[in-house]
Write a protein that binds this ligand. Structure first.
Ligand SMILES: [Fe+2]
Ligand SMILES: [Fe+2]
Length: 164
């Protein structure tokens, strides 16, 4: 079975995003990199949830994290369609982006950054889908994208809860 890790592994999470944002279409190596980013999403949102007041805010953040894992599984499916071979998800301990930054507080600026990141994520997925010739893969990318916008809406709601 081919490696579950991409050949190109940018130094950190933001560098990986910058690398992918230059792409109009995802090849298999870029999809593998996207798997690493999406699987880092659950620990990242768990970290945010640990800093939020218990209740609706934590529920919303944890839900986002769970859906990032689902996004990674859609990318796994897309890789398998592309290559015709099984793809093993990388373990968290082989994922260089799995450790969340040491945030200590959910500031409005931090949450606004997440909203922007999610919105940009949707735009990137839709662009990759526009340039994807396989309709099944394009549909998987579009669904991930739509959910990124929903994640941004949930984070906005968390901001409103914190501001209240
Ligand atoms: Fe995602
Ligand atoms: Fe997201």
């Amino acid at each position: 079975m081919a490696s579950s890790l991409p050949d190109t592994i940018p130094a950190d999470f933001m560098a990986a995003i910058a690398h992918l944002e230059t792409k109009d279409k995802l090849g298999v190596d870029e999809m593998k990199l996207m798997v690493l980013l999406e699987t880092s999403g659950d620990p990242l949102y768990q970290k945010l949830a640990s800093l939020a007041p218990e209740g609706e805010a934590t529920d919303l953040l944890l839900k986002n994290g769970q859906e990032e894992t689902a996004h990674a599984h859609r990318l796994k499916r897309a890789i398998e369609i592309s290559t015709g071979e099984p793809f093993a998800m990388p373990e968290l301990d082989e994922n260089p982006y799995a450790e969340p930054p040491p945030f200590t507080e959910l500031t409005p600026e931090l949450l606004a950054g997440f909203v922007a990141g999610e919105t940009n994520g949707d735009a990137a997925y839709q662009r990759w889908a526009d340039n994807e010739p396989n309709p099944e893969i394009a549909a998987l990318l579009r669904q991930n994208g739509r959910e990124e916008t929903r994640h941004g809406e949930r984070v906005k709601r968390v901001s409103a809860i914190l501001a209240a």
